[in-house]
Design a protein around this ligand. Structure first.
Ligand SMILES: [Zn+2]
Ligand SMILES: [Zn+2]
Length: 628
């Protein structure tokens, strides 16, 4: 599957075997050719979208091939990449390769998905070593030849991106570009982002936060394109409240999988009750085997004499005659008995009870065995006790509350510093309180930043939450620096921001520029974003948390290269001033820079004012600054 793109017919054959297997598994009475009450497309939807989250094979196959294409494009295996290049595109790049006379099934498969793959690939420009003629370095790269100004008498046309820059800088040589290319092209290149670093250009898969195309990332992208909206009415519809119950049920850890799929079948109207199954075959009785009334879901589970007796004698008695007489399915009844606030306990009890009513019905219908009401209750009680026991065995250790820092630390995945651990890292005892002098990896958290030596710089950013990918919006940034003798506030705005993380990183970049212009050699950056703090404290070892903030994070690293700054995580409560001011920066209408200085010592010249005049950041504009 990872080397050959199968035909649709072949995939359809395998899928039909899977489908039959799935429906046979849930329909005990008719396993050879089971009824399929919901379409395979519905089943392949994500669990949050009313499906079962089963992976569609065609999508799996395509995502594996996309991953193979990525491995060739990035030369993950240099030998394989070299062989394929020699064989199929000796004179051009992977990006421009077309199908030729030599063909293998593998290469043909790659070519079939190549256009989908390329749509989401781009070169992140670092030192500009990529070819401008044959790599996806700018949006117009494919039609680059159409943008040449003609006639062109140049002997040596540039070949790499770096040749379009002023030598030894990473800034676009506009004059040169406009001599070779037309105006549209010149404009587009001028807005291209460059990461200020001297490593090789990086091929980036844009839908993935990390910028790497794994088979899983490719699957997530293709699968998100397959998600559909369920109809508002008819058998496929799910009311919002029923969907809420379904989603909650999937998340309950202690419920066994068969109870979760049972809940899905109940809500998605996919149980073979008399009326539903009777439509498919005249051999199936449409009537209830207990009382001979027509057997629909509402009757079987709530209104039949047997069901009524079960509910009425339950630990929390339920009088089902009050419940609506639902025509098709039990979505309305379920939302009635499990309100919005229903907890796990209630959902588990109700579902288990429904499951044993179903088991009792099947035993009666197919094995001619009659259950008593008490048998149902005992079975439910045993099942619940078992689930709780197993649940306790596998439960994660409880959350630890670190009282000293007032931060809630989860045990999962992170080390919670223990007392002994702190001791070895050097802890001072003052008036009975323990204060960490040096924040430690991996969290680099600090509880009392006031005790730090040197200037402290608090930063924060405010922007709309991340709803969809790369949604362009503005962000408010705030930097607030505490010196021994004065405090400086800088408010700024970023016009094009595509994620919360990007805004936070931009605030830091502004702070680094301020420190640099104010000639601070040893200071501390304080922020409440753990991802960035961890990254900057360990940045030698990898990529930033998102590929599209690399130009900002690299700028920050470059700016601090010859300084001894530290960067620590503080609790949100300690960062409230920066937070409030960042929000003001986001919403303030003022476009003119306002500046004020209330410090007596600055009457001749204010260092903040001088510093800010020197700060020049491409995408960030300063709105206001003050010192006091
Ligand atoms: Zn009945
Ligand atoms: Zn001042």
């Amino acid at each position: 599957m990872s080397t050959v793109l199968f035909t649709k017919t072949f995939i359809a054959k395998i899928t039909s075997i899977l489908r039959r297997f799935w429906w046979a598994g849930v329909q005990e009475d008719n396993s050879s050719s089971p009824f399929q009450f919901r379409s395979w497309d519905d089943i392949c939807q994500s669990k949050d979208n009313g499906g079962l989250g089963i992976r569609d094979l065609l999508t799996v196959n395509r995502s594996l091939i996309i991953n193979a294409a990525w491995n060739i494009a990035t030369s993950k295996d240099p030998h394989l990449a070299a062989i394929i290049k020699a064989k199929y595109y000796p004179n051009t790049s992977f990006w421009l390769a077309k199908s030729g006379p030599t063909k293998s099934v593998f290469w043909a498969s790659i070519l079939q998905i190549k256009s989908t793959f390329q749509q989401h690939c781009k070169i992140q420009i670092h030192r500009g070593n990529s070819s401008i003629w044959s790599t996806p370095w700018c949006p117009l790269w494919r039609s680059i030849h159409d943008h040449l100004t003609l006639p062109n008498y140049r002997r040596n046309l540039p070949s790499t991106i770096a040749e379009l820059w002023h030598p030894l800088t990473q800034t676009w040589n506009q004059q040169l570009i406009s001599e070779i290319f037309n105006e549209q092209f010149t404009q587009v290149t001028n807005s291209m982002q460059v990461v200020p670093s001297n490593q090789n250009d990086v091929i980036t898969w844009t839908p993935a936060t990390k910028g790497t195309c794994t088979a899983k990332e490719a699957f997530n992208l293709l699968n998100s394109q397959l998600q559909m909206q369920l109809p508002q009415d008819g058998a496929r519809a799910v009311t919002p409240r029923a969907m809420h119950i379904l989603r909650k049920t999937w998340r309950i850890k202690r419920l066994p999988p068969y109870l979760k799929t049972f809940c899905w079948r109940l809500i998605r109207r996919a149980l073979a009750t008399g009326i539903r199954a009777g439509r498919h075959s005249t051999k199936i009785s449409k009537d209830c085997c207990t009382c001979n009334s027509p057997e629909d879901d509402a009757h079987l589970f709530f209104h039949c004499t047997f069901a009524r007796a079960v509910w009425f004698s339950a630990a929390t008695p339920l009088c089902t005659s009050m419940l609506p007489n639902e025509q098709d399915g039990v979505q309305e009844i379920m939302s009635h008995i499990l309100g919005q606030q229903a907890d796990e306990e209630q959902i588990c009890t109700i579902l288990t009870t429904l499951w044993y009513i179903w088991r009792a019905r099947n035993d009666k219908r197919f094995n001619n065995k009659t259950w008593t009401v008490w048998q149902v209750h005992h079975a439910v009680a045993a099942e619940l006790a078992l689930a709780t026991e197993e649940h306790i065995d596998h439960e994660q250790p409880p959350l630890h509350i670190n009282m000293r820092q007032g931060i809630l630390l989860s045990n999962a995945g992170h080390e919670v510093p223990t007392q002994a651990n702190d001791e070895s890292q050097g802890v001072q005892h003052t008036h009975g309180h323990q204060l960490p002098l040096v924040p430690t990896p991996p969290l680099y958290r600090i509880g009392t930043p006031i005790l730090l030596q040197g200037p402290r710089c608090y930063t924060d950013a405010a922007t709309a939450p991340d709803l969809s990918q790369d949604q362009d919006r503005r962000a408010g940034l705030e930097v607030f620096i505490v010196f021994n003798y004065y405090t400086a506030y800088i408010k700024a705005r970023m016009q094009h921001c595509s994620s919360v993380l990007m805004a936070e990183a931009a605030a830091l970049l502004l702070a680094a520029n301020a420190f640099s212009e104010l000639q601070v050699q040893e200071g501390t950056f304080l922020l409440d974003n753990q991802q960035l703090v961890t990254y900057f404290n360990t940045h030698d070892s990898g990529q930033p948390p998102a590929w599209n903030i690399k130009h900002i994070t690299q700028g920050f690293i470059n700016k601090n290269r010859n300084c001894n700054h530290r960067i620590y995580k503080i609790a949100r409560s300690l960062n409230s001033t920066a937070h409030i001011l960042a929000n003001q920066a986001l919403h303030s209408p003022a476009m003119n820079v306002t500046f004020s200085c209330a410090n007596q010592a600055h009457s001749v010249s204010c260092p903040l004012r001088v510093a800010l005049e020197a700060v020049n950041l491409e995408s960030i504009s300063i709105l206001a600054a003050s010192c006091c």
